[in-house]
Design a protein around this ligand. Structure first.
Ligand SMILES: [Cu+2]
Length: 475
């Protein structure tokens, strides 16, 4: 047994050395953190699933940075297909943003690239921006902690959520684009329903989701074998939750615990105490929890909208007894903007008049599964131009029957109106726009480049709901 381990260990070192094309000489500063886009095997519901992953050489999945560090990353593509990783929530120079075509060409198998930029504090994440690779879990947390975070007397724990399917993502997209799949149930399309009796399904399911999943994962685990966090009775905890799902908006259900929402998308807000928190695709929330003084097991559930499926983690205080939690519960309702309306940024945009307001209509979603922005299905086409120094407001108006988590790259924006009603809302990088609603965001044009602006639902994005914001010269 020890011999085998040792041999495997040596083989591991050998292959790692051979597989890193960036030798010491190629990397200007030796402290660059190496990240591999690679494959790994997960156990989901007793079956082995080959998925992608972002790993460091020592095998840790995801990592942290201190805010004082400069962020130096050496990314290597170990997959047998091209990829590129986007640092979601970070605001690097445009050529380091990790979007194929807009920032740089995708990395071919075996290729590497070094990134070097000033990190932004908060709960962020990194994920593939190539094709449908997010659905195969090519994502990891990217948390930047400042000195106050590091000094805080609390447990600090990150939870990355995923929706999971044993199917090939391209097969799901092709089915949707052929007028079939879950989308057919609510697009009025002529798609084959596959013999399933949809009349027996809860109506909201058909109206909310267009992809059915085999499982939902919290830190790669289902409720059959959930992550259990041991904590002291009466202690404090900060949960940093990242919705890394490809196509599932979720509710965070605190169960018997009280949660205090303290940050969204890595930006502090005025604390807000609730039992249920919405988290749209790609969004992050930081929740502070004061743990009960008595021993017990305290499940925190993550409930995708429109389905009874769910996932979760369990916080166990003292010698609390842990009992099994069913993987199905009540059907969760659709996310809405009730909480968004109540959010107030700790640090607002500076008081300054808006230079210009742009309208962006979210369009499409018919039986052909073509989605678009301003009636146009396109990848990377410029939606509007901005000039350095401008304060831009964008009214996102959803004309479709599905909600869309809209993400602007390279900037964080403030939510300044919901359905025309002004608010001094949260500062974010991703905002949910439910059907027939309008959300207005404002941002300062302070990071020149050509920036992706898109729906983060991976099947919508790959069916045309993506554009860009381009800086233009003042001349
Ligand atoms: Cu969408």
């Amino acid at each position: 047994m020890p011999l085998i381990s040792r041999r495997r260990f040596i083989a591991g070192i050998g292959s790692a050395g051979a597989l890193w094309p960036l030798g010491r000489t190629a990397i200007a500063a030796p402290e660059a953190t190496r990240i591999m886009a690679t494959t790994r095997i997960l156990d989901v519901k007793g079956k082995a699933a080959k998925v992608f992953g972002l790993e460091m050489p020592r095998g840790k999945h995801g990592f942290n940075f201190k805010a004082s560090q400069r962020l130096r990353l050496a990314l290597t593509n170990m997959l047998d297909e091209s990829t590129l990783i986007h640092w979601h929530g970070q605001t690097p120079p445009t050529e380091q943003d990790g979007v194929p075509q807009l920032s740089q060409p995708a990395l071919k198998p075996g290729e590497s690239h070094v990134y070097d930029f000033k990190p932004r504090t908060g709960t962020h994440w990194m994920h593939s921006h190539a094709g449908l690779q997010e659905q195969k879990l090519l994502a990891a947390p990217m948390v930047v902690r400042d000195n106050a975070d590091l000094a805080a007397d609390e447990l600090d724990h990150v939870v990355l959520l995923h929706d999971f399917t044993f199917r090939e993502p391209q097969e799901i997209l092709s089915e949707l684009q052929a007028g079939g799949g879950e989308h057919a149930a609510h697009s009025g399309g002529s798609g084959d329903m596959g013999g399933m009796d949809h009349s027996k399904m809860a109506m909201p399911a058909a109206m909310i989701n267009d992809v059915a999943f085999d499982a939902f994962l919290a830190n790669d685990r289902t409720l059959d074998d959930p992550e259990i966090l041991r904590a002291e009775t009466g202690g404090r905890m900060r949960l940093r939750i990242i919705n890394g799902a490809a196509a599932s908006n979720m509710w965070i259900d605190m169960g018997a615990l009280d949660g205090e929402l303290i940050a969204v998308d890595g930006n502090a807000i005025e604390p807000l105490r609730e039992k249920l928190f919405p988290i749209a695709i790609a969004q992050r929330v930081d929740i502070r929890i004061a743990l009960p003084r008595e021993p017990g097991a305290w499940p925190i559930l993550f409930r995708p909208e429109g389905t009874a499926q769910r996932t979760g983690i369990i916080i166990a205080t003292g010698e609390g007894k842990i009992s099994r939690i069913a993987t199905q519960g009540d059907v969760a309702p659709a996310l809405d903007l009730a909480l968004e309306r109540k959010l107030k940024a700790r640090k607002e945009l500076a008081p300054e008049p808006v230079t210009r307001t742009e309208m962006v209509m979210l369009t499409g979603g018919g039986s052909d599964y073509v989605w678009g922005l301003n009636g146009k299905a396109a990848m990377n086409d410029t939606l509007f131009g901005v000039r350095l120094g401008e304060r831009i407001a964008v009214m996102l108006h959803n004309m479709t029957q599905m909600s869309h988590p809209m993400h602007l790259h390279g900037h964080h924006f403030q939510v300044v109106a919901i359905n025309g009603q002004k608010i001094a809302g949260a500062v974010r990088d991703t905002v949910l726009v439910p059907p027939n609603q309008a959300v207005t965001i404002a941002f300062d044009a302070d990071n020149p480049g050509n920036w992706a602006f898109h729906c983060h639902h991976v099947y919508h994005m790959n069916s045309g709901m993506m554009g860009s914001v381009a800086y233009v010269n003042a001349a």
